[in-house]
Design a protein around this ligand. Structure first.
Ligand code: MN
Length: 152
């Protein structure tokens, strides 16, 4: 499908999939700092300069710990889990909203019992994520809540 000209209507399927939306499991080669996460780009709207993606982690999965100039607007759509934004760690559940400002460290983690899925809005044009250095991870770990989160 040409994502620049999607059909006006796309029907939801069972299992958090959608017609004419490619399911993209992230490749895991052992070096990438994420686990059991997939991506579906629901909207790629040049006229709005935004994309809306659906990410899903399997039980025990997690997203990359990263930061970047662009911001994220997130709605949890499936299950519950934990999320870190800056030094703040929270339990999140279906329909909760998470705002991730630019240059703020963030990560999502599913629980051991169920998948965690979320909608994530971003600019179409955006910078690439940056991963923390060992020194930065050590600094983050000074916060006990963050250390517990990262060790979960
Ligand atoms: Mn991000």
């Amino acid at each position: 499908m040409n994502i620049e000209h999607p059909p006006h209507f796309r029907t939801a399927q069972d299992g958090f999939r959608w017609d004419d939306v490619a399911y993209q499991p992230y490749k895991q080669d052992g070096t990438a700092p994420f686990k059991d996460i997939s991506r579906q780009v629901l909207f790629h709207e040049a006229a709005l300069n935004c994309e809306l993606r659906y990410f899903e982690m399997a039980a025990n999965g997690f997203s990359t710990l990263e930061r970047h100039e662009h911001a994220h607007a997130v709605m949890i759509l499936r299950g519950h889990g934990r999320c870190m934004v800056g030094g703040e760690v929270r339990d999140v559940k279906q329909f909760d909203l998470v705002t991730i400002p630019g240059w703020t460290w963030h990560q999502f983690r599913a629980t051991a019992v169920e998948p965690l899925g979320f909608l994530c809005m971003v600019n179409v044009q955006r910078d690439r994520p940056v991963l923390p250095t060992a020194v930065e991870v050590t600094a983050m770990r000074q916060n006990p809540a963050v250390a517990r989160f990262l060790d979960d």
